[in-house]
Design a protein around this ligand. Structure first.
Ligand code: ADP
Length: 184
């Protein structure tokens, strides 16, 4: 599914984010920045050691206690097709999705977009942050993801493409429903 908001194409696609040929992909990292399971593991595995090396440097120099939830940092894309990886940390929900979790998830998307723009990157792909191991509810999370993107584009019509790469059919349809609801 694809819609255009101003000059920005907003694309929903089922797929594997590590295959994306864009300027930057976003990693649903954890605050250690040392890699993990799920999409984080897949990105480090395919991108190679250069990504982890930069993450370690960022930890040491800027975030010795870990990257706070909702913040974003950027590294090389290593061996990926994507030139860069933005690492952001979504909230840990375990099924609970109150105002705090909502705001932190919003920040993870919004701050990733801000950072990509600061770096002059024009095409960006997101996974569905926090809906795997962190167990935030898919539909509510999708609504927040879409809201963050629409808010950003409403302020700054800068990106060429903002893509959501959803790993399962179910998550694809969840995002599609959320996007349709947000734009009808
Ligand atoms: P979190 O800890 O933020 O919940 P996970 O990696 O566990 O992160 O899950 C986030 C989402 O990423 C889930 O919806 C999961 O299905 C999805 N996912 C896992 N691997 C990939 C991949 N290679 N490409 C895109 N999405 C992926």
């Amino acid at each position: 599914m694809e819609i255009t908001i101003g000059k920005t194409k907003l694309i929903l696609k089922k797929g594997d984010i590590t295959e994306e040929d864009v300027d930057v992909i976003v990693n649903a990292a954890n605050s250690t920045l040392m890699g993990g399971g799920g999409v984080d593991g897949a990105i480090h595995q395919k991108g190679g050691p250069a990504i982890l090396q930069e993450c370690k440097k960022i930890r040491q120099t800027s975030y010795p206690e870990g990257l706070p939830t909702g913040e974003a940092v950027i590294t090389t894309g290593g061996n990926l097709k994507a030139r860069y990886v933005i690492h952001t940390v979504g909230p840990i929900c375990h099924g609970k999705f109150g105002e705090t979790e909502e705001k932190l998830l919003y920040n993870a998307y919004y701050n990733s977009l801000k950072l990509a723009k600061e770096k002059g990157l024009k095409t960006i792909s997101f996974p569905s942050i926090s809906t795997g191991a962190y167990r935030c509810p898919p539909y509510q999370s999708a609504k927040i993801a879409i809201k963050a993107v629409i808010d950003f584009v409403g302020k700054e019509d800068y990106f060429e493409q903002i893509r959501f790469i959803l790993y399962t059919d179910q998550m694809y349809h969840t995002f599609k429903d959320a996007l349709e609801e947000a734009t009808e």
